[in-house]
Structures are given as C-alpha cells and as structure tokens.
Design a protein around this ligand. Structure first.
Ligand SMILES: [Zn+2]
Ligand SMILES: [Zn+2]
Length: 242
C-alpha cells in the first residue's frame, strides 16, 4: 500500500490543495476525496481513475467531484464508469448541480468488504455532515483515514488495531469549543486520540487554521514518543512498509 498526497489542507492556510490522496493497493489504485486540482495535472491519471472513496460531502473534500465525472466522459482512454463509495448520495448531488443525466459513474449502496485487494471497513465520526473514517488492510498493515472528525471514544475503538492513522489537523487550540461543535481536531484532541489509539505511526493532514509546522510543534510535546509522527504536505508519499 502506497499513499500519495495530492491535497493536505482546507481552504486556508493558502499554498496547498484541499483533501485528496491516491492509494496504490495490491489490486489497483483508488483515490480518497477529491479536493485537489493537482490530481488533474495528468489526464492519463484521470482516465485510469475508476474507484473513489469519499469521506463526506463537504466542499473541501468534493470540490472536483462533478469535474471528475464530466471530464472522464471526454477522455477516450477512460476505463469504464467510476465507482464511488460515499456516505451520502452522489446522484442527488449531481441533480442539484444541474447534472442529473450525466452518465459515467456508479455509487455502491454499502461499503464493500474488499476494495482493490484491501480489506475495507468504515465507521462514522463526530462531524456535523455524515463522514466515513475508512479502515484499509493488506497482509502487512492496517491503516485508517479519518476524514473530518473530532475526538471520540468510538473512533479510538475503531482504530485500536490500526498500524497507521491518517488524521485531520484542522483547528487551533484557542478554538477548542468550536472544534468540538464543528467536529474537528485541535492539537490536544489529536494527541488524546492518537495516544489512546496507539498506532505505530500517525500522519497529520488537512491543516486549516494552523500551518503544519505549528500544529506539529503543539502535538509533539504531548504525543507518546513511541508513536512516529509524520506531517503530510502536498506531494508527500507514504509507504507503511518502508
Ligand atoms: Zn467536513
Ligand atoms: Zn474538511
């Protein structure tokens, strides 16, 4: 399993793209979230892209959703319809976007237990819009991608067997109350969640209020030193095996 990050921020701080990553799995590749225009730098990549997991339907995670579906129709090399897993209805979203008759995609009714050769599972998180945290396992490791979330004991239990947790890092500590209300992590909530779930490695991504280095500094002081912390930037490639 290899993960290439195409977007690691919210709208702000500016200077990078919104949530998006490609996962190279034992049996094919897929993308998690569609918040990045960088993904579209290579039309061949878009033509090949026929599987997408969406965490939820907030704009910073689906900004390029309709564009992906429409643009693939114009790419002669596009490999059949794109299959989506998403906690809410994509056809409904296309309808309200005035794109109700656009073909080229399907949405699965449930989260499949197998996905590109990985074992797949999902749970909902503390976030005002229904959000899936996805758990993916190959023979070597188990990885959770949280999407948007705040701390919750349920999310900790879901992540107990995870070797790697990729977690959002949206808000600053001064906005703790808002973070709890709006379903996001501050440095202290991130630390609490990761220390309790105890993965071997944690990756912070989706920086919105704090620059990545400031979030990292606030987290490192209190994070269990046995847990390896990585900070995702656009272009970062993570391979749990190496
Ligand atoms: Zn959200
Ligand atoms: Zn978000």
């Amino acid at each position: 399993m290899k993960i290439t990050f195409y977007g690691t921020r919210g709208v702000f701080p500016a200077g990078a793209q919104m949530s998006c990553a490609q996962v190279d799995a034992p049996d094919g590749s897929f993308v998690i979230d569609l918040g990045s225009t960088t993904l579209f730098d290579d039309p061949a990549r878009i033509a090949r892209l026929d599987k997408v997991l969406l965490t939820h339907m907030h704009p910073d995670h689906i900004a390029m959703l309709a564009s992906l579906i429409v643009e693939r129709l114009n790419l002669p090399d596009a490999t059949g319809p794109c299959t989506f897993v998403c906690p809410e209805s994509i056809p409904e979203y296309m309808n309200i976007s005035g794109l109700s008759n656009v073909p080229g995609y399907t949405q699965l009714d449930t989260v499949p237990s197998e996905w590109c050769g990985l074992k797949l599972e999902a749970t909902t998180t503390n976030h005002p819009k229904k959000n899936f945290a996805y758990k993916m396992s190959d023979n070597d490791s188990t990885l959770v991608w949280t999407g948007d979330c705040s701390y919750s004991p349920e999310l900790v239990s879901f992540c107990r067997d995870a070797d790697v947790i990729i977690c959002e890092a949206s808000m600053k500590e001064e906005n703790l109350e808002k973070a709890l209300d709006w379903g996001h992590m501050t440095p202290s909530l991130f630390v609490r969640f990761i220390n309790e779930a105890k993965p071997a490695q944690a990756i912070a991504t989706h920086f919105t209020e704090l620059e990545p280095d400031l979030f990292e500094r606030a987290v490192r002081k209190h994070l269990d030193p046995a847990i390896e912390l990585h900070i995702a930037v656009d272009g970062y490639i993570f391979d749990p095996a190496g």
